[in-house]
Design a protein around this ligand. Structure first.
Ligand SMILES: [Zn+2]
Length: 335
């Protein structure tokens, strides 16, 4: 991995007020406090540590079924332990282990989703899942650099899951939050499909999936886009919660890429859960997508940190049980 000097930019959410909207003074004040809270608990140093560890050459591209992904699994488990998460319904550890046969293979491989839980205070039987996939493409590239580090795809998302687990552990949550690092995404959403089989989807009120949140979006800084925006009112709730923060959420502008069905949110959306993916990457022009060049040094730490802070603030009313997004209904042809 090439070494370059990375400038650390203080993670404080820049306090700015959207002058185009009339916002009541007390609202501005509480919004400022909220921003300080998310900036205080979600800092760029921790974000950088998660990202650089998960995307390091030592993890050998985190291909499902390899020793490299095992190292990533252990890192995530240790972080879940440090943060103080509990295990998911019926599991004795953070691992949901299962076997499957990959496409074009005759041999079964053993894989594991890593799942941790923060039980809700007043609505513990209502669940929100925050997820990202920790697997990637492995270490069999053809050029000089053989390791597909998958820094943006999707070490950045897993970094978000870990940072949000730490954040909600500190600030508290009314609904139960399930934090999931899915395996086998690159092999066809295998881990999230397996997870979907193990749950009663009706108790999951929302799915927050993070995918490739490390590059400056085409809409400019302090923005992200959401897949399947029109499929539920989840995105509108997030937009409402972000008013006054200076951060904006847009509908996925790359609808011809069919991204709603290409990440783990789809496995729960197929079960009716309003489950969407946040991303910042200009996927139509991104030269590192599924390349060995998807390295930590190509990512913007400020974008990742501010996006995680925005997800914390944007999903707050859902986590606290004040808003419940409408269910996703898929037309039969797309199932
Ligand atoms: Zn991905």
């Amino acid at each position: 991995m090439k070494k370059i000097v990375v400038t650390l930019i203080a993670s404080a959410f820049i306090i700015s007020c959207d002058s185009t909207k009339k916002v009541h003074k007390s609202e501005v004040k509480s919004t400022k406090i909220e921003k300080v809270k998310s900036a205080f608990f979600i800092d760029s140093l921790t974000v950088k540590k998660h990202l650089y560890t998960l995307a390091s050459d030592e993890m050998e591209g985190r291909k499902t079924g390899t020793p490299g992904i095992e190292k990533a699994a252990i890192y995530i488990e240790n972080e879940f332990t440090r943060i103080g998460l509990t295990t998911f319904n019926g599991l004795e550890t953070y691992r949901q282990t299962f076997k499957f046969t990959p496409r074009n293979s005759k041999e079964d491989i053993t894989a594991a989703n890593i799942i941790g839980v923060l039980e809700g205070k007043s609505k513990k039987d209502e669940y929100v899942i925050i997820s990202a996939h920790y697997d990637h493409l492995g270490n069999e590239g053809k050029g000089d650099d053989k390791i597909y580090n998958g820094a943006n795809d999707d070490a950045s998302g897993v970094t978000g899951v870990l940072a949000l687990a730490e954040y909600f552990k500190k600030v508290g949550n009314e609904r139960t939050i399930v934090f999931a690092a899915f395996t086998g995404e690159e092999m066809g959403l295998i881990g999230s499909t397996e997870f979907g089989k193990s749950i009663d989807a009706s108790v999951f009120v929302a799915g927050i999936n993070l995918e490739m949140i490390g590059k400056v979006p085409s809409f400019g800084p302090n923005t992200a886009w959401l897949t399947g925006f029109e499929r539920s009112d989840f995105g509108k709730i997030i937009q409402k919660n972000l008013v006054g923060t200076g951060y904006q959420l847009y509908p996925d502008p790359y609808t011809n890429f069919n991204l709603f069905f290409r990440s783990d949110n789809a496995s729960l959306a197929r079960l009716g859960v309003p489950s969407h993916t946040f991303s910042t990457t200009p996927i139509d022009v991104d030269k590192d997508y599924h390349k060995a060049s998807d390295e930590a040094e190509t990512l913007n730490m400020t974008v990742i940190t501010q996006t995680i802070q925005a997800v914390a603030k944007g999903t707050e009313s859902i986590i606290n049980g004040k808003d419940t997004p409408t269910r996703v209904v898929l037309e039969a042809s797309k199932k």
